[in-house]
Design a binder for this molecule. Structure first.
Ligand SMILES: CC(C)(COP(=O)(O)OP(=O)(O)OC[C@H]1O[C@@H](n2cnc3c(N)ncnc32)[C@H](O)[C@@H]1OP(=O)(O)O)[C@@H](O)C(=O)NCCC(=O)NCCS
Length: 204
């Protein structure tokens, strides 16, 4: 797919939905929610930008960057109708690959939300954008982020050593999943469901 076809598919699928989440374009009404997580030092600890200091910065960020970018999804938690984070997809059509980055409000950590959001994005990348591989990376020490990648079937590829992060130096751990790995994972879980059903039938 070339760049313009990719843009068309991204626009057509600007809203993605899973059991608990809606991934949708950011709007200016999300600015307060964006400020809530982007101003939290613990959330931005392993990100290359400083925590926001003022709500106006969040408004500017949403208006000038997040709301206008195909592939930038607000993560809305259905049960509270609130934007609890964001997930950002950058597609490289020539290489048939993409990279993903994400952020979540600390109040909602460890509920499986980012695993759910990333799985949805991977599914979209392979099924609709027909990409060959998806990459993500995290700084050493950001183990929760690495765990999300592993739970989504991404595999450790290697490391970039001692990258500058706000004056400190950390290794960057690179993860990826290929289209073939994603498919075989999908087939395996389908067979596991069938096997479980078959075992239940035979023991009842
Ligand atoms: C990384 C982040 C998005 C994870 O979101 P989340 O919704 O809490 O992730 P999930 O609940 O789907 O999964 C988190 C997993 O990490 C594990 N985890 C949490 N803290 C951990 C830690 N300090 N060390 C190791 N594992 C940890 C959880 O137990 C869970 O694994 P499990 O399901 O096997 O128990 C969230 O922590 C975040 O926004 N961090 C700040 C921004 C950031 O670092 N973004 C990524 C940049 S690469």
């Amino acid at each position: 797919m070339n760049q313009s076809k990719i843009q068309k598919v991204l626009s057509k699928h600007s809203v993605l939905e899973s059991e608990r989440l809606i991934l949708r374009p950011f709007s200016i009404s999300d600015a307060q929610d964006v400020f809530e997580y982007s101003s939290d030092e613990q959330v931005t600890r392993f990100l290359s930008w400083e925590p926001l200091k003022h709500p106006i910065q969040a408004e500017k960020l949403v208006k000038e960057f997040l709301a206008n970018r195909a592939g930038s999804y607000a993560i809305e938690l259905k049960s509270v109708k609130k934007c609890i984070g964001g997930i950002e997809l950058s597609v490289y059509p020539h290489h048939k690959k993409a990279s993903v980055g994400y952020i979540l409000n600390r109040k909602y950590w460890n509920n499986g939300y980012m695993t759910e959001a990333l799985s949805l994005i991977l599914d979209f990348c392979f099924r609709k954008l027909k990409l060959r591989s998806i990459e993500a990376n995290h700084y050493e020490g950001n183990n929760a982020s690495g765990r999300v990648m592993k739970k989504c079937g991404m595999k450790f590829q290697g490391m970039e050593t001692k990258v500058n992060l706000n004056g400190e130096h950390f290794d960057v751990l690179i993860y990826a999943v290929s289209r073939e790995e994603w498919k075989s994972q999908f087939i395996n879980s389908f067979y596991n469901i069938l096997l479980l059903g078959w075992r239940k039938l035979n023991t009842s």
